[in-house]
Design a protein around this ligand. Sequence first.
Ligand SMILES: Nc1nc2c(c(=O)[nH]1)N[C@H]1C(S)=C(S)[C@@H](COP(=O)(O)OP(=O)(O)OC[C@H]3O[C@@H](n4cnc5c(=O)[nH]c(N)nc54)[C@H](O)[C@@H]3O)O[C@H]1N2
Ligand SMILES: Nc1nc2c(c(=O)[nH]1)N[C@H]1C(S)=C(S)[C@@H](COP(=O)(O)OP(=O)(O)OC[C@H]3O[C@@H](n4cnc5c(=O)[nH]c(N)nc54)[C@H](O)[C@@H]3O)O[C@H]1N2
Ligand SMILES: [Mo]
Length: 768
Amino acid sequence: MSKPPRQDIDESELHVGEPKQWAAGIPGVLVSLQRGIQQMGPGRTVRALRVLNQREGFDCPGCAWPEPQGHRKLAEFCENGAKAVAEEATTRRVGPEFFARHPVAELAERTDYWLGQQGRITHPMVLRPGGTHYEPISWDEAFDLIATELSALDSPNEAVFYTSGRTSNEAAFLYQLLVRSFGTNNLPDCSNMCHESSGAALNETIGIGKGSVSLADLIQADLIMVVGQNPGTNHPRMLSALEQAKGAGARVVAVNPLPEAGLMRFKNPQNVRGVLGRGTPLADEFCQIRLGGDLALFQAIGHLLVSWDADAPGTVLDAEFLREHAHGFAEYAEHVRALDWALVEEATGLDREQITKVARMVADAERVVVCWAMGLTQHRQSVPAIREIVNVMLLRGMIGKPGAGLCPVRGHSNVQGDRTMGIWEKMPESFLAALEREFGITVPREHGYDTVAALRAMRDGGPAKVFMGLGGNFVSATPDTEVTERALRSCRLTVQVSTKLNRSHVVPGRTALILPTLGRTERDVRAGRARFVTVEDSMSVVHRSRGRLAPASEHLRSEVSILCGLARRLFGPDHPVPWELFERDYDEIRERIARVVPGCADYNRKVRQPDGFVLPHPPRDAREFPTATGRANLTVNPIEVLRVPAGRLLLQTMRSHDQYNTTIYGLDDRYRGVKDGRRVVLVSPADLAELGLAADQLVDLVSEWPDDPTGVTERRAERFRVVAYPTARGCAAAYFPEANALVPLDSVAQTSNTPTSKSIVVRLEPVA
Ligand SMILES: Nc1nc2c(c(=O)[nH]1)N[C@H]1C(S)=C(S)[C@@H](COP(=O)(O)OP(=O)(O)OC[C@H]3O[C@@H](n4cnc5c(=O)[nH]c(N)nc54)[C@H](O)[C@@H]3O)O[C@H]1N2
Ligand SMILES: Nc1nc2c(c(=O)[nH]1)N[C@H]1C(S)=C(S)[C@@H](COP(=O)(O)OP(=O)(O)OC[C@H]3O[C@@H](n4cnc5c(=O)[nH]c(N)nc54)[C@H](O)[C@@H]3O)O[C@H]1N2
Ligand SMILES: [Mo]
């Protein structure tokens, strides 16, 4: 049973007002400045925000939304980007005195909010077997300790090396090189819980797991569908692009169980209309879909497109595209002709009339972009749902032409780059062979663990004894909190390379290390020279990022330096990889990236161009599809309705406006009207009436999953306040990570193995 951690958040202060009808505007500007000044004072706030997302500055450590090519505005950031910077550039510190004062057992009772608010970690710290407190340790001793534990393993596969998506390309490339040199492909990453479903669906259908649009395409589109995404909170700069597209005549369709403020109306703080006026209405059509209904929606759209074209051949489908570039049309058309509308209406909760209206918009548009994020990727049927989006786009030839394409909107600022650099438990043979050729090493071919597989191995007492995390907060980000925590505690050694304190530090293995690192915002100086790293955004643009602020402590090392230090200790001086040289000169790392990573030739020169460079994408660039068939594949995906037993709801776990994943900035979800608390569950008034529950009542959330292979079929998260909210019928919503305890580790998406964080069957039990 998951008890709320000790009350450092006073949930009795919580209150709920009306949800907002619009996003950004003046309150957004005020909040970003206020949070900056609280955390880092006025001088550092100005210094930081002045270079945020500028060419000679640092890439925002928030989301992966791209910067415009060419002209950049003076303030090329958003409220939540400013909060991410404030959180990292804070002047608060967590040093050895802090750890001496607080036993780990006490810290384990704290929320991620409290832990994060303590400030930046300043020294390498160790928790020794049986110890009660973290103590300082030298870098050399820390590397010794890790090398000793790793060398003592029976097999390299007993170690797991996690990555979160803030890691630079240089550090990611070295990390996978270290891990594969050591002898394992156990490289789970946050992507496994994020856009893995997109990668799986796109690889199979178009031959590359990345989106096919540029920012310019989005702005030129005449129809943009925003599906399962809350850009007002999680990608606020996307709203400016939507506003621009609307200004040029585009129509926007929002598909979401929640009427998210950012999708409804946007007040751009950078123009007068946004500051003074009513802002721009964004969504022309809002489909309030049931959780998990998107596969059925897109299949119904495909059905209508196919049948309208059958009535008037050549008027709807792009026959030439289908003939020249696609595979599988006949089987697809046959499948969708037999569409069962009753099933579609049950799955989506939408009526046929609205679906027909949206299909008409798709049929009439010349340039369609579909954007999506976690609302699509974290369900059992996520991969087929995304394949179904691809089907619709292929029918109309909406790929590989200006103003059109597929746009999975990435999360972490460099999650896409980390994958490009080889952070994946199953990199293709061509990449592994190139590594061997370049470095004269041997690397394993057996696939490694992804996030869920790593946790299962630990849970089942299997071979996972050392855990290392390059960033992130593995314990709080992963599902099934109780199981996860037990799994981590069962490790012989846990190592966290981190900027700030989080729950993964206080749920330790027998020995635990915290290795503090420089963040994106900080100067990385060596021999008097300030160095830069590179990152890739959501639209495959690779560019430089150079920190400009003074580091939080003189003891911090860059991620590259930490990895090189560890590798030298682990492999000794005769290793064929020149770790020492890499640590000295990042250009040397980039030379190797250029020779190993596809699309990166001439890397050092190209990343020095003002806007960096765009990685190749064959479908986007040339309508070439490197799939098994050599064409874009249409696929057949049966509709499965997520049926929920009577008296139960389908729960999604999502982000508030005041958090970055497990980093909680504050306690307000401004757009949704929630203030000063986080343990809320949003339910439609009609469902509340049917369940006999009242707004403001306290309930426990109990998840039910009879199929659980471990036999634990119920999970509980205690004391959530009921909020009457205009969400889709039969659906509920609560915040991540508080609700992660409810997501069973084995409940995952087909193919991608992503936890089903957005569709959990729950009952709400009133607290006596
Ligand atoms: N400020 C801030 N920015 C962030 C992050 C953050 O935490 N804070 N996180 C970053 C990361 S790692 C990521 S991955 C992204 C996440 O960006 P989002 O995907 O926008 O994040 P979520 O809060 O998970 O929101 C999911 C949205 O999908 C909707 N949804 C849920 N289920 C369904 C469904 O079945 N169908 C449809 N159509 N919609 C559904 C929800 O109502 C919600 O609007 O943001 C990135 N940017
Ligand atoms: N229930 C539920 N679970 C989810 C999700 C959901 O929607 N619902 N979303 C999933 C998604 S989309 C994702 S991406 C994952 C996120 O999973 P993670 O990426 O593991 O989690 P974060 O909260 O982003 O990690 C925050 C920590 O990263 C460290 N950090 C920050 N910046 C840096 C840096 O520059 N370098 C280093 N080394 N460390 C740094 C800090 O110590 C901070 O505490 O969570 C997933 N979990
Ligand atoms: Mo993510």
